[in-house]
Ligand binder design. Structure first.
Ligand code: ADP
Length: 197
């Protein structure tokens, strides 16, 4: 789906020249507590300070509003990813850099989102936030790993639910080897390298 040309991809009149406002989706996939949201937020702050239009599609907010009622079965996880992917593409096609820190555990769901972006001619990058499960479980931001270990929940991605590691992401970031700022800078560098900044 593409908006008509008149309201389609953003342009900016700068010094008499029409400049295309480049948007793209950057999907940060990885286990719970891997650092996806933290790194996305750090990158968004840096980009906003530079004057870019940037938006973080937060996984929890999405599940409260856009995907209310969806659970964590494979079908529901896929539906969630496709909905987020749809909104991200829409925003990105209007010149926004959309950062998506959402687990997206299944390779075919991620691939469908990439294909939709490619079909619309919208930039798309997949970034694997590759934090080992033992590090994630020690961070345990939301207490999910502890609850799973205590038998209070099941279906935790990477523990007793699948996580299909991206085989060829555009970038893989080992967060345990670097600071949040260093990871955000790596991502910033990738966007620049791909002409998306
Ligand atoms: P996710 O969005 O992947 O579930 P979060 O970003 O919400 O994960 O949580 C990651 C937690 O790990 C945060 O509390 C963050 O401060 C912490 N953390 C510690 N070291 C790092 C690091 N080097 N990179 C990213 N996050 C880190």
């Amino acid at each position: 789906m593409k908006a008509p040309a008149a309201t389609g991809r953003g342009t900016d009149q700068g010094r008499g020249q029409e400049r295309r406002m480049t948007g793209a989706t950057v999907w940060l996939t990885g286990l719970p507590s891997a650092g996806k949201t933290t790194i996305a937020t750090a990158l968004a702050q840096r980009m906003a300070a530079e004057g870019h239009r940037v938006e973080v599609l937060d996984g929890d907010e999405i599940r409260t509003f856009l995907s209310a009622g969806l659970g964590f079965s494979r079908a529901d996880r896929d539906a969630n990813v496709q909905r987020v992917g749809f909104v991200a593409e829409l925003l990105a096609s209007h010149g926004v850099t959309v950062l998506v820190p959402v687990i997206a555990p299944y390779a075919d769901s991620r691939e469908a989102v990439r294909k939709r972006h490619q079909a619309e001619g919208t930039g798309y990058l997949e970034v694997h936030i590759a934090t080992p499960v033992d590090v994630c479980s020690a961070r345990d931001v939301k207490g999910l790993y502890a609850r799973q270990a205590a038998g209070e929940l099941s279906g935790l991605t990477g523990v007793d639910d699948p996580y299909e590691v991206p085989e060829e992401p555009d970038l893989r970031i080992e967060t345990h080897d670097r600071t949040v700022e260093e990871s955000a800078l790596l991502l910033h560098g990738l966007l620049k390298e791909r002409g998306l900044l």
